[in-house]
Design a binder for this molecule. Structure first.
Ligand code: SF4
Length: 299
């Protein structure tokens, strides 16, 4: 008798997802990142190159997941680095089919950079929203145009604001990632002021704080090692965080759900702002040796 082959969900490249998607089903719709130029990011620097998976294969993987998990799936995350870059009609087919297979599905999410969101425009974002796409995780990093250029993010603050407003207008939740310390010592103040300005103009659903850690195989690690980029120490990162928070005028959840951060901050703005500032003030009184040490990231 020939052996029966049990089909598995396929996956190519590093598994990378936001902490808030820890319980989500991961079905890859794209591989790699179409930009892959950010100087601080190591995720796809060693490949695999960007590609959009054939829709039939993605649907097959969804089917395999349906057979394995039944109707229990409530959250679906479609890796990898910029799945929003997938053609809208194809992404919409995947989202609609996921909604049919998993009737209890509460959320479908992807990563998306502002340059690719902007290419979609308001109409395509609305179409995606109607197909079931419900949240986009966006690496904003900074709202400072000079830093955006230096880190080769491939966007501008004006484009960030327009793209993110379209996402919100389409009814898709917006989760923005801010990278503390990415301006180095020289541009810390500008980073704080300009980032708060962009966040205020967008008023996202979530602001998620990350702290810059130099990663292997990245141009920015080389700049750290040759001294052309001067990193912030723990207290300077906390000062920068305070400057951002004090300048914010938003209605959203702010969280620092990540191992790179020096302290945990979590609250709803604006009501929890005094509490968050108190936590920062307390942390600023701690000796520098009480924070996590410097390290070079390997993942
Ligand atoms: S940070 Fe995002 S957009 Fe930039 S290279 Fe990495 S995966 Fe691509």
């Amino acid at each position: 008798m020939p052996e029966k082959t049990v089909r598995q969900i396929r996956y190519q490249g590093p598994i990378y997802r936001p902490p808030s998607e820890a319980d989500s089903l991961l079905i890859q719709a794209t591989v790699g990142c179409p930009h892959n130029k950010c100087t601080f990011c190591m995720v796809y620097k060693q490949g695999p190159p960007f590609k959009i998976r054939p829709v039939e294969q993605i649907l097959e993987d969804l089917e395999v997941a349906r057979n394995k998990y039944g109707e229990s799936v409530k959250r679906l995350f479609l890796p990898a680095g910029n799945t929003i870059a997938m053609p809208t009609d194809k992404l919409a087919v995947v989202c609609r089919q996921a909604g049919k297979l998993f009737p209890k599905l509460e959320r479908i999410t992807v990563y998306g950079s502002c340059q690719y969101i902007h290419r979609k425009g308001p109409r395509e974002l609305e179409a995606l929203s109607q197909s079931g796409l419900s949240r986009i995780h966006v690496g904003l990093e900074t709202g400072d145009d000079q830093i955006l250029k230096l880190i080769r993010k491939g966007t501008t603050s004006a484009q960030q604001i327009e793209a993110c407003r379209w996402v919100k207008a389409a009814g898709i939740q917006l989760s923005l990632y801010v990278l503390l310390g990415i301006g180095g010592r020289q541009r810390s103040r500008n980073h704080a002021i300009q980032t708060a300005k962009v966040l205020n103009a967008i008023d996202p659903d979530f602001i998620r704080l990350r702290t810059f850690v130099p990663k292997i195989n990245t141009p920015l690690l080389e700049q750290v090692l040759d001294g052309s980029f001067q990193m912030l120490g723990p207290h300077q990162v906390l000062e920068e965080t305070r400057a951002i928070l004090e300048a914010l005028d938003v209605n959203c959840r702010l969280t620092s759900d990540h191992y790179t951060n020096y302290i945990d901050l979590d609250g709803n703005l604006p009501e929890d702002l005094p509490l968050l500032l108190e936590r920062l003030a307390a942390a600023l009184r701690r000796p520098v040796g009480s924070f996590r040490p410097f390290f070079i990231g390997t993942q």
